[in-house]
Structure formats: structure tokens, C-alpha cells
Design a protein around this ligand. Structure first.
Ligand code: IPM
Ligand code: SF4
Length: 763
């Protein structure tokens, strides 16, 4: 609720304060206005609800779609998931989602619905994402929605279950960071170049523990689509979330969206509130970064981390260009990427070009690619995709596809030899048939270039849609500005249409049935909650062999790659832990030199990593599940990815941050194969051979929960009255946030207030 206060606050402070259900011991309990759900991170969460006899608290604030696993082949002959998805694990995960949405009565955009698409594309498209809301999804790129001035962040599966059950989430307050980009962007420079440049400046751990507010004239001048691309990649800068204050551009984008506040009194009230969502003059930021727009030129990545950026006019860097501590990582990246230091980027050839993903799968991105194709043709450049290159265009949603086709973009693409696909995550992470083969090099509009991200052994270079289009046409990385002339202005000769024509699907499903009462007979929900809150293994002292690792930025794709995310269970992932570095990607044989394949480390119960930012990247809780299943209960590192850290705690594991010098000492003990003990009760790491112990501190509440094996849902349910009170006030102050529903088949989609249809949850 709006909080009376006189101290100047940031945009983040305001949205955070307005959602506090309760504060006190431990994290603050925040109300979550919008919950997006997809098939990969939800099966275990629904299973948890089912086992505890709980229902979804706010089906009207929950929107579900399917995106990661689905093939992007033509759906002309689509009948059902069972016959369309060939790969058994993918089919099982999508089918499980379809069963769950039916059982729990949720709004679902399935494969036969035109509104289906990547979860971060459909939320904004529908007006489900609104300024000043809290938005969560079991997906790290939930940060995308911050472009609307929402506080939007990715969560793990345990947290998905928590929100489904309680519509709240315990959260610690992050730090405030502001990145200001002042000035005008040069022609050919897009928001993707801006965000890659920013990540190059701050590094992938630069925003750790922070919410980044993007500000400055260059940001204000961007469209909503471009703002979304920037906020999308705040997670690649390590941040919890990215935010941009809403303004006229935001309001215009939202007007008329199916789930936006209705025109008239409701809209006026909403807009008045949204206008208050600006950082106050004098608000304090913990970190400030200033960037000049004129310093940015078309940019791309050369290595295996999003911070490995280089301007298109640059060359492949050499290990000597980096500080000593980073050289081992650079050598490994160059080797993986098959690049030689000093090679001009414009000489590097590609095998594939990929357009799509939640970063750049929107209509504006499609137009941008089409403009380059038209401009190249008009300015005497190539007219077709280069020989030997396969280029695919994957719209982010069915509605983007529909609109692009109405604008004739598909014709431009097909004529130039591009493959025009159906909506989904596609080759962004290749959990579906769209994948790179080992050694293939791809120019990609996606957001992650981790090892094996687009397919085992595949080599990914991130860049803007315009740059990917240029590379597809020439067959090598190309400065897109070469193709520009007077043909690449605002519309570049394209027929731009209004999105509102495309918000009506051919077929809209009927409103979901009301959720059924699922409380197990004879048990009050509070009792169930109490029972469920003591469900984690207790962590007291963990003693054993520790696996030594030194790499920086060990991302969760590296800890557990995509092919193992298709499980419906939390167990059984231990053998796949660190798959891409533990096994030969071509033969699947264990690599004898990898630490966990050697004695005594094959029995490790601890892990010591001297490199920072362990567990960065994706929100997949499969990463701690895999470590846990292997037998590792405690990871010691200089710093952790935010979501990974939370996911560890949710599984009764300890992510322990220690100073570099202590880690170096422990690394030596671990490398010698000696036993180490982590004593959480006494907050000490006990070293072998009587060496002095290392003291540490863990947040008191977290420590208490770990030692007693307490899980959060049960604890939260003790505050049910506070949640109900918050909801009552929310309905008065922000009535447009209640009730999401859709009209029946054939009718225009409109938001239907379903407040009365959503029964008060009687726990
Ligand atoms: C599957 C999901 C957990 C993951 C994420 O959190 O980002 C995916 O979307 C990704 O991009 O790696
Ligand atoms: S980053 Fe890729 S895989 Fe993840 S949600 Fe976005 S499109 Fe899907």
C-alpha cells in the first residue's frame, strides 16, 4: 500500500514499500501481483501443492503458457501435444502443465492458442504486466517486465510453489543501483547494443544484490520493446531486477491491451498512480554508473560470458589484455569458441543465425531485421542469406507472428531465404529440436552465450537483430551500418500496422473453471502448513571431501544444462551435475581430468570455488537439486548469483560467501583431498590437520531455518490474516489488479473482473 514517508525514495523503494505484507524477523513478506508460469519450473511446484493439499490462492493473478520445450515447426496440422511433440521428456513436461492448469483452474495459453508465446513476451502483450506491480516467474528473465516500472524478478521452483500457495514471497531488500545513459544513440545502434555495452562495463556480477534503474535521455527515448530488451538482460549484469520509470511511452503501449485497466475512471486512477512511480529528486543510490550514448557502437560478444563484449570494429582479444586473475578463463573461452586472438571480428564466419528469444522476439525486432534486408537490397548489398548459412526467425508469440505476417515481414524473410517459424524459446537454449551442432557458430539475438547454451559444443555470439540480419546476409559478422543509407530510416519502407488489430485471437478459450477446494479432508490447512514447514533436511555440521574449482562465473547452464531440465522430479540429477565439463560432449564418456570424476572428490559433500559469481544466470532450481543429489550440501565461493543463492537455502543447502584469502587456503586443503567441516551452529569452517578455523556469519533467520529444517511456505501461512488484509486494501487502492479473465470463443478479448469469482481462500 502507498506508504506515507517524506524521505526521497527510488522507483524500486516505492514499489517494494507498496507491497509489504509484513516485515519483522527474516525477510520482508511481499505481495506478488502477477505470477507467470511455464512448463519447466512448475511441475515440482504443483506437485508440492498437491502433496500438501493446497490450492492456487489467486488464479486470477496467474497466467500460464508453454514455451521452452515446444518445437517451432509449423502447427498447421497440430491436433494435440501428445501427437505433436516427438521428444518424450518434452512431451511429458508440457502434458504435465496441461494437466496442472486444468486441475488448478488456471488461465493457459496452450499451443493451439494464438496468444501462446515466450512467457516474457505474452505478459506485456496482454497488459498482464503493469506499472507498479510485483511480477514473478520461475525464470530469470522476468526482469524484462521491469521496463514498465514493475518490480519483476526470477525465482526458483520452491518460490513458484510459495507464490501459488500464498501469493506472497519473502524477500530481502536489494541495493539501489542506477545506470544512466545520456545522449543520442547513433544510427544502427539499438537497445541490445546499449545493454551489451553496459554489461561489458559493469561485468556479469556488477549488479549482484542490486535492482538496477535504467535512466537518462537515451533510455527515455526508447520504445517499450527496446526498454524490455534492456531490462531483460539486467540478469546478465547480475542484478535481481531492472526497472525503468513509466511514462507516456508506457501508457501508450498499455492503452487498449486486453488486461490493462479499462478506459475511463479505472484507467485515469491507474495512470495517476503510475505517474507517481518516479525516483524522487535526492533519492539515494548505492551504486551509480554513467554511460555516454555516443560511446556505443554496434556490439557483439566474443566469449562464453555476456560480459565478453567487443565493438564490431574490434578484434578477438588476447589473454594478455586481461588482468592476471582472469587469464585462465579467457584462454578457456577462446579455446571453446575456436577463436584466435587478434582476428578482426568482421572476419569471423558463421554457420547459423538465430532471431528470437525473450530479448529480441518482438515485432520491433522483426521489423529491424526486415529493414536491414530491404536496405541491403536497395543499397546493392546481398539479397539472400549467405551460402552455407541457415537463418531462422522465431517470433516471440503467436500474436507477434500474426502481426508480422499482416505487415508482410514474413514475405521479406522468406524471399531472402530465412526460415519463418512458430513461437517459442527455440534455439535460445535448445530444450527443443532447435539446436546448434558441436562446433557450429551462431549469430544470435538471444541473451546468453554460455558454453553449450544453444547445443552441446555450439558457439554463440550475442548481438542485435539488425546485426544478426547483416551477418546472415554476408555469412560473417558485419557492421550493420554498412547497409544503411536513406533506406533504413524510421519505417524503411515497411507497412507498419497498429498492434491493437492483432490482440484478438482467432479462438479464445473459455474462462477456466473455478478452482476446486483441495484441502485434504480432516486436516485444517494450518496444521498442514505447520507439518510442511519442517520438511527440509536439517543442516548442522557437514563434514567431508571438498571439490576444488577455480573458474569465475560458473553459470547454472554449466551446473546443469538444459536437457536435464525436463524432469518432473527434484531428484536423480546428480549424475548430470556439471555435464558439459564433466563428460565428453561427443561420446558422453566421463572426462578423467574433471575433479568430480577423480578419487577422492567423486565423494565430495562440499565444494570450494575461488572464482566469483558461482551459480549466475538461469533461475533453474535444478542446479542446487543436482548438487544436492550428488551429495554436495555446501558451496563456498567469493559470491553467488542471487537466484541460485536463494534456491540453495530453499533446499536446505548452504551457499557460503567467504573472503578470497580464506577460499585460497581452503582450495589448497580441498586439492590435497583433505576433509573439511562446515559447522553452521558455531559458524566456523574447520580445516584439516589442526589449522586455525575460519569464522563466518550467516543471516540469523536463515541459519535458524537451515538448522531446524524449516521451509518458508508453512512459516508464511502463519500470517494469513495479514495477507487477507493486504488483499482487501489492494482491491480498494488498485482495483484493476483483481481478476484476469477472458471472453468466450469468437468474442474480442477483454478483461473481465472476476473478483466475485475468486473465492476468499479459507485456509
Ligand atoms: C528454464 C529457465 C529456468 C531458464 C531461466 O531461468 O532463465 C531459461 O529460461 C533460460 O533462459 O535459461
Ligand atoms: S532466455 Fe531464452 S529460454 Fe529463457 S525464457 Fe527467454 S527465450 Fe526462453
Amino acid at each position: 500500500m502507498p506508504v506515507p514517508t517524506s524521505a526521497p525514495r527510488t522507483l524500486y523503494d516505492k514499489v517494494f514499500d507498496d507491497h509489504v505484507v509484513r516485515s519483522g524477523e527474516g525477510d520482508t513478506l511481499l505481495y506478488i501481483d502477477r505470477h507467470l508460469v511455464h512448463e519447466v519450473t512448475s511441475p515440482q511446484a504443483f506437485e508440492g501443492l498437491r502433496n500438501a493439499g493446497r490450492k492456487v490462492r489467486r488464479p486470477d493473478c496467474t497466467l500460464v503458457t508453454v514455451d521452452h520445450n515446444i518445437p517451432t515447426a509449423s502447427r498447421k496440422n497440430f491436433k494435440d501435444v501428445g501427437s505433436f511433440i516427438v521428444e518424450a521428456d518434452s512431451r511429458a513436461q508440457v502434458s504435465a502443465l496441461e494437466d496442472n492448469v486444468k486441475e488448478f483452474g488456471l488461465t493457459y495459453f496452450g499451443m493451439s492458442d494464438k496468444r501462446q508465446g515466450i512467457v516474457h513476451i505474452i505478459g506485456p502483450e496482454q497488459g498482464f504486466t503493469l506499472p507498479g506491480t510485483t511480477v514473478c516467474c520461475g525464470d530469470s528473465h522476468t526482469s524484462t517486465h521491469g521496463a514498465f516500472g514493475a518490480l519483476a524478478f526470477g525465482i526458483g521452483t520452491s518460490e513458484v510453489e510459495h507464490i501459488l500457495a500464498t501469493q506472497t514471497l519473502p524477500q530481502a531488500k536489494s541495493k539501489n543501483m542506477r545506470v544512466t545513459v545520456e545522449g543520442d544513440l547513433a544510427e544502427g545502434v539499438t537497445s541490445k547494443d546499449v545493454v551489451l555495452h553496459i554489461i561489458g562495463v559493469i561485468g556479469t556480477a556488477g549488479g549482484t544484490g542490486c535492482v538496477i534503474e535504467f535512466a537518462g535521455s537515451a533510455i527515455r527515448g526508447l520504445s517499450m520493446e527496446s526498454r524490455m530488451s534492456i531490462c531483460n538482460m539486467s540478469i546478465e549484469g547480475g542484478a535481481r531486477a531492472g526497472m525503468i520509470a513509466p511514462d507516456e511511452i508506457t501508457f501508450k503501449y498499455l492503452k487498449g491491451r486486453p488486461l490493462s485497466p479499462r478506459d475511463g475512471e479505472e484507467w485515469d486512477k491507474a495512470e495517476a498512480y503510475w505517474r507517481s512511480l518516479k525516483s524522487d529528486p535526492g533519492a539515494k543510490y548505492d551504486i551509480e554508473v554513467e554511460i555516454r550514448a555516443e560511446d556505443i557502437i554496434p556490439t557483439l560478444t566474443w566469449g562464453t560470458s555476456p560480459q565478453d563484449v567487443v565493438p564490431i570494429k574490434g578484434v578477438v582479444p588476447s589473454p594478455e589484455d586481461f588482468p592476471e586473475a582472469q587469464r585462465k578463463n579467457v584462454i578457456r573461452s577462446l579455446e571453446y569458441m575456436g577463436l584466435t586472438a587478434g582476428t578482426p571480428m568482421e572476419e569471423v564466419k558463421i554457420d547459423k543465425a538465430f532471431f528470437g528469444s525473450c530479448t529480441n522476439g518482438r515485432i520491433e525486432d522483426m521489423r529491424s531485421a526486415a529493414r536491414v534486408i530491404l536496405a541491403a537490397e536497395k543499397n546493392g548489398g546481398p539479397t539472400k542469406v549467405a551460402e552455407g548459412v541457415y537463418a531462422m526467425i522465431v517470433p516471440g508469440s503467436g500474436l507477434v507472428k500474426q502481426q508480422a505476417e499482416a505487415e508482410g515481414l514474413d514475405v521479406i524473410f522468406k524471399k531472402a531465404g530465412f526460415d519463418w517459424r512458430e513461437a517459442g524459446c527455440s534455439m535460445c537454449l535448445g530444450m527443443n529440436p532447435d539446436q546448434l551442432k558441436p562446433g557450429e557458430r551462431c549469430a544470435s539475438t538471444s541473451n546468453r552465450n554460455f558454453e553449450g547454451r544453444q547445443g552441446a559444443g555450439g558457439r554463440t555470439h550475442l548481438m542485435s537483430p539488425a546485426m544478426v540480419a547483416a551477418a546472415a546476409l554476408t555469412g560473417r559478422f558485419t557492421d550493420v551500418r554498412k547497409f544503411m543509407g536513406n533506406h533504413i530510416g524510421e519505417d524503411g519502407g515497411l507497412k507498419i500496422t497498429d498492434y491493437s488489430d492483432y490482440l484478438t485471437p482467432v479462438e479464445a478459450p473459455a474462462r477456466p473453471a473455478e478452482p476446486t477446494e483441495q484441502t485434504a479432508e480432516g486436516q485444517t490447512p494450518v496444521k498442514q502448513a505447520a507439518a510442511a514447514s519442517a520438511g527440509l533436511p536439517k543442516f548442522n555440521v557437514v563434514k567431508g571431501i571438498a571439490a576444488p574449482m577455480w573458474e569465475a562465473n560458473i553459470d547454472t547452464d554449466k551446473i546443469i544444462p538444459k536437457q536435464f531440465l525436463k524432469t518432473l522430479l527434484r531428484t536423480g540429477l546428480g549424475t548430470a551435475l556439471f555435464w558439459t565439463i564433466r563428460y565428453d560432449v561427443r561420446t558422453n564418456e566421463p572426462l578423467p581430468d574433471f575433479v568430480l570424476n577423480k578419487e577422492p572428490w567423486s565423494n565430495s559433500s562440499l565444494l570450494v570455488c575461488t572464482g566469483p559469481n558461482f551459480g549466475c544466470g538461469s533461475s533453474r532450481e535444478h542446479a542446487p537439486w543436482a548438487l544436492n543429489d550428488f551429495g554436495i550440501r555446501c558451496i563456498m565461493a567469493p559470491s553467488f548469483g542471487d537466484i541460485f543463492k536463494t534456491n540453495c537455502f530453499k533446499n536446505g543447502m548452504l551457499p557460503l560467501e567467504l573472503p578470497q584469502a580464506d577460499l585460497e587456503a581452503l582450495y589448497e586443503d580441498a586439492s590435497a583431498g583433505l576433509e573439511i567441516a562446515v559447522d553452521l551452529e558455531n559458524q566456523q569452517v574447520i580445516r584439516p590437520n589442526g589449522k586455525p578455523p575460519i569464522s563466518f556469519t550467516v543471516d540469523a533467520f536463515r541459519r535458524h531455518c537451515l538448522i531446524n529444517g524449516l521451509d518458508d511456505i508453512g512459516l508464511t501461512l502463519e500470517h494469513r490474516e495479514k495477507i487477507e488484509n493486504f488483499e482487501e486494501k489492494r482491491s480498494t487502492v488498485w482495483p484493476w489488479l483483481d481478476g484476469v479473465g477472458y471472453a468466450k470463443k469468437g468474442q474480442k478479448i477483454i478483461a473481465v473482473p472476476t473478483r466475485q469469482a475468486v473465492k476468499k481462500t479459507d485456509w
